[in-house]
Design a protein around this ligand. Structure first.
Ligand SMILES: NC(=O)c1ccc[n+]([C@@H]2O[C@H](COP(=O)([O-])OP(=O)(O)OC[C@H]3O[C@@H](n4cnc5c(N)ncnc54)[C@H](OP(=O)(O)O)[C@@H]3O)[C@@H](O)[C@H]2O)c1
Length: 314
């Protein structure tokens, strides 16, 4: 089968021919139609997991995707041949990923039926970004009348954060460069601040001089996080996807600091499907590329400036 893989950590992701994987007991084989690109794809190809997991090379890149159940291993009952599914298909230890014609998933794993009426290229864009945003908004415990700042609002996770945070009744302030202000407001942000136009604290405090209740941040490093945490009122929450929060230091200041770890599951995907079916969550596909161009798309994502999701057509 055709796939995009790295021959070792740090190598350039390149088109490769590999044997089709066979589903073992409890596993399903998916004929992939589309794969969703996430920053973690190039981070893993660079070696992000090298100290925590044994990898098999060539290592196929990617975790998100959507496709059709091609075959089911012994004992599989939840999903059947021909069903349209989406989810996360990364298994570094077996060299398996989503940028390939076929991928495997455990029946108990993060794979679910696609939302009604959704096309494969949209469904592939959903899993990691939207599951992360859903968990962060849950953990932030937002309420009507509260104010939350979303940092990195124009990318994959950020756009879902804006929609899901606004849905709680909280007032959302979102970062957006000038070209994205309208889009981010249409997704539910009440206000935008432009991170290319000066200090975020100053911009937020100009309107909210008594502070805000939560920060949902997919961008900042430790220093940036410490500065933005100064915006929080006592009892406020700071959620980070970049592991930049020091929870003990925040607790000492009367704040709640959480570094998000993804624990994807079929239940979370089902919750996302319900939100998508109810038009309460939508995902913007900024760009579609053929499988052979996935290496360039990964390089573009690394360079920054995402305005939604990139999807790879298999
Ligand atoms: N811990 C976890 O489980 C987990 C899960 C999902 C994602 N993540 C991580 O979260 C991060 C974001 O993921 P993503 O998929 O949303 O990435 P993405 O789609 O590439 O989007 C990143 C967005 O951040 C914006 N941005 C960059 N610098 C900024 C700044 N200083 N202030 C405000 N916005 C800024 C970018 O726009 P401009 O470049 O135009 O500013 C871009 O729109 C990645 O590092 C990813 O690995 C972690």
């Amino acid at each position: 089968m055709r796939a995009i893989a790295v021959s070792e950590y740090g190598a350039t992701p390149a088109p490769t021919h590999l044997p089709r994987p066979e589903p073992g007991p409890g596993e399903i084989l998916i004929k992939m139609i589309a794969a969703g690109l996430n920053p973690v794809d190039w981070k893993i190809a660079d070696g992000m997991l090298k100290d925590s997991a044994e990898a098999r090379f060539p290592l196929i890149v990617g975790q998100d995707g959507a496709g059709v159940v091609e075959a089911a291993g012994e004992g599989v009952t939840r999903l059947r041949h021909g069903e349209q599914v989406y989810g996360m298909f990364r298994d570094v230890e077996r060299g398996i990923g989503s940028y390939a014609e076929y991928a495997l998933a455990s029946e108990d794993g993060p794979v679910a039926r696609m939302p009604e009426g959704m096309i494969y290229t949209q469904a592939a864009a959903v899993p990691t970004a939207c599951a992360t945003a859903l968990a962060m908004v849950d953990e932030a415990n937002l309420d009507t009348g509260q104010t939350v700042l979303v940092v990195g609002a124009t990318g994959g996770v950020g756009q879902a954060l804006v929609q899901l945070a606004a849905r709680t009744g909280a007032k959302v302030i979102a970062t957006a460069r000038d070209d994205m202000t309208g889009t981010i407001r249409r997704l539910g942000a009440a206000e935008t601040v432009d991170h290319s136009m000066g200090d975020l604290n100053d911009q937020v405090l100009r309107v909210h001089n008594d502070g805000i209740d939560a920060v949902l941040d997919v961008v900042s490093d430790t220093q940036g996080t410490e500065r933005l945490a100064q915006l929080l009122r006592p009892g406020g929450a700071y959620l980070s996807t970049t592991w930049a929060v020091n929870p003990d230091a925040m607790q000492a200041q009367g704040l709640r600091g959480i570094n998000h770890t993804g624990e994807p599951s079929a239940d979370v995907l089902d919750r996302l499907s319900d939100l998508i079916d109810a038009s309460e969550l939508r995902v913007m596909v900024e760009r579609e590329v053929p499988l052979e161009a996935a290496g360039d798309a990964l390089a573009d994502n690394r360079a920054g400036g995402a305005r939604g999701k990139t999807v790879i057509r298999i």
